[in-house]
Design a protein around this ligand. Sequence first.
Ligand code: ADP
Length: 473
Amino acid sequence: MEIFHISAECYPVAKVGGLADVVGALPKYQNKAGHKVRVVIPCYDTKFRKENVFENVYSGNVLIGNFNYSFNVLKETTDKLGFELYLIDIPELFERKDVYGYTDDIERFLSFQIATLDWVLSRNKIPDVINCHDHHTGLIPFMMLYANKYQKLKETPSIITIHNGLYQGQFGFDKMNYLPEFDRSHTSILEWDNCINSLAVGIKCAWAVTTVSPNYLNEINYSANGLESLFNSVRYKSRGILNGIDIEVWNPKTDEMLAKNYSIKDLVKGKQANKEKLCSQFNLDPSKPLFSFIGRLFDEKGGDLLPKASEIALTDNKEAINILILGSGNPNIEKELTHLQSVYNGNFNVFIGYNEELAHLIYAGADFILMPSRVEPCGLNQMYSLRYGTIPIVRRTGGLKDTVIDFGDDGNGICHDQASVEDICYSIQRAVNLYKDKTHLNKIRKIGMSTDHSWERVCQEYLDVYNLIINKI
Ligand code: ADP
C-alpha cells in the first residue's frame, strides 16, 4: 500500500522531541514490511537540509489570505533514511532555525498543509492512506473531505496520530479565509471552544484516531486540555498504539555517540566507561549513582519539580549522589537549575540546550533516568534508558504506565504515583538503596535491556488500522 506520513518533525532531518523519533522510524519499518512509504515535512534550515542532495519534484503557489507564497517540493535523492523523504520548501515561512515558536506558526503550518495536498493531488496516483501527526497537520483530513479543490481526495482514508494532545493549534475565525474554498455548510466542524482548533478538526474528520500509548487513550477521556468530550465521542474510531523505538539508531552495541559500545553481556564495564566520560565532562564522581533527566523543561514533564527535588535529594544523601540534567524550556526552571550548579558543584550539573550526542551518552552512562512527568502520551526516554541498561524512575502516567513496572513487582524500573517533590525524593532514596545491591541492580538492568520495544511489532498495529479503514470504503 502507498502510505503518506505528514508531520512537522522527522528524525534525523528536524527534531524537537518524540514526534521526530516516531516519524523517522515507523515509516522505515512500514517500508521494510513491503509498503511504499513517503514522509513529508516542512523544509527548515537544518544541518540535514544543507548536507544532503535534493531534487525538485513539484512547484506551486499557496494563497493564505492576501499572501501568495511560492513553494517547491524537494525529494531527498538517496532514500537513505529507509523511506522517501519530501520537504515542502516555502523559504519565507520555513527557512528558519527552529521548528516552532514563531508568531506566524498558524500561517506556516497551514501553508505547509495546503502545499502538501496540492502536490499530492498533482501526482497521477492517489495514496492509499494519509497518516497525519499532531495538530500541525490536523486540517488535512478536513480539507480532503470538504475543500473544493481536493474533492479527488475525498475517498482517501486519513488517520491522525496524537503524540501530544496539549498543543492544539487554535486560531480565530478571522483567519478562516486562509483555508481553501470549502463547502460552508461544514463550517461548524472547524469550531471548538469558539475558535478553529486544528487538532479537534483532525480528530473529527480523520477516519481513525490513534494515540501513542493505550493508557494515554484512557487518560484523555478525562484529561485532554478541553478535548475530553470530543475524545469520548470518537472512541469508536480510536486506538492506542504504544510507540516503538528505532533499535538501529538506539543500540548500545553500535551507537557511535558512545565512549564505549556494550551489550547485555558486558553492560557493567560498558556503562562504567560511558559514565566515566560523562562524569569527567561534567565534574562529577563516577563512583556515585548518577541520576539524569533529559527533556523539555516544562511543567508537563515535571521540570518545575526538578530543582527542589534535586536540592533535597542532594542534601538528604549528604553528597552521595550525582545529578546531571540536559534540557531547555521554561527560563525560570533553567535559572534555578543553573543556580544549583554553583551550590552543589561536583555533585550537580546541568546542560541547558539540545544535544543529541550528549543525550545518547547519558542514556548509556547514567544509572537512573528521572521522568516525573505530569503528562506523558508515550515517552521514549524510558524505552531508550531500558535499552541502554539504565533504570527509569517514572511517575505512573500515560505511556510510562504501559512500559515501566516497579522493581518491587519484579519489574524494570522505579515508579511513583504523584508528580511531587516528595514522591521523586522517595524514589531517589529507593534507587540509592538499590544501587548498593549490585546483584539486584544488574538483574533489573538486564530485565530492561531484554525488553522488546522494536517497531517491527508495532508497525503491524498501524497497518491493521489502515486496513480496517481502507476496507470500509
Ligand atoms: P517529548 O514530549 O518531548 O516528545 P519524548 O519522550 O516522546 O518527549 O521524546 C523526547 C525525545 O527528545 C527523546 O529522543 C529525547 O532523547 C530527546 N530530547 C529531549 N530533550 C533533549 C535535549 N535537550 N537534548 C537532546 N535530546 C533531547
